[in-house]
Design a protein. Structure first.
Length: 265
């Protein structure tokens, strides 16, 4: 088995990345976390929940667990994993899923041990760039968008009560706008001792960008506005700041976090 460090992307493309997080205008502390692990080609956004700073604990645990697991499996690919591999998926996709499942278990067990953290959890979105493309993984209602040829597409499906209702029956735009339980998510890390991780594979082209974000960004900003702000920015740090500023200008009701990765020649 190959024991060399994993490349971020295949030649001739390379990836540039920027990320930013902000408390927003309505919250007293920031429960979001992000990670840019360029050495593994792994980029993550986690949106914690639970109150009393427990959400911040959960999202940080998710990030820390992924860092630890990817470090261990990078140095020793033969290392015994805490979960069996899904034989229908390749090594790299299994590696990403297993890291997230391990994070879920650690958050769940920590919440069971400490009554003050009971009920804490976090969403997670991650992209993992490998030699022939990129794996997208998510749990919860944080999102990954792809920007290609001037168009923005959502690559993830919200694990939310609202999205479940939308799939079950047709809701009018007004009913969607007035839905009373928009913030209720039906899947997150820490809710149970096991979790289903949704994944997909993408083959980036030169000029493609992927935007990972918490719902504090994609809630206040429309897809059209996200696309406009990213395309108008002169560079990725400016784009992440523009997205956060835009969400705050629209009220900043929640913590705001985004990571943008762009593939360039």
């Amino acid at each position: 088995m190959n024991t060399l460090p994993r490349q971020a992307v295949a030649e001739p493309l390379r990836v540039e990345v920027a990320g930013e997080t902000n408390v927003g205008r309505k919250r007293s502390h920031n429960e979001d976390n992000l990670a840019i692990f360029s050495e593994y080609g792994l980029y993550v956004v986690a949106d914690g929940m639970g109150g009393h700073a427990s959400g911040e604990v959960a999202s940080k645990m998710a990030i820390d667990t992924l860092r630890e697991f990817f470090s261990a499996t990078s140095d020793d690919p033969e290392r015994t994993w805490p979960y069996k591999m899904d034989r229908s998926k390749g090594y790299e996709e299994n590696r990403l899923i297993t890291g997230i499942k391990l994070a879920n278990l650690r958050i769940f067990e920590a919440a069971q041990r400490d009554p003050r953290q009971r009920g804490m959890g976090t969403t997670i979105v991650a992209i993992f760039a490998v030699v022939d493309g990129v794996y997208v993984a998510h749990v919860g209602d944080s999102r990954v968008y792809r920007i290609r040829d001037g168009k923005l597409d959502q690559l993830t499906e919200d694990h939310s009560l609202l999205n479940d209702y939308i799939k079950m029956k047709r809701l009018t735009p007004q009913e969607i706008a007035n839905f009373p339980h928009k913030n209720v998510i039906v899947r997150a890390l820490g809710m149970k001792d096991t979790v289903k991780v949704d994944t997909r594979f993408e083959a980036p082209r030169a000029g493609d960008a992927m935007v990972l974000c918490s719902d504090g960004l994609c809630g206040p900003l429309s897809d059209e506005r996200v696309l406009e702000l990213v395309q108008r920015a002169p560079n990725l740090p400016s784009a992440t700041q523009a997205l956060i500023d835009g969400a705050n200008e629209n009220g900043g009701p929640d913590n705001i976090t985004c990571v943008i990765a762009r593939w360039i020649e």
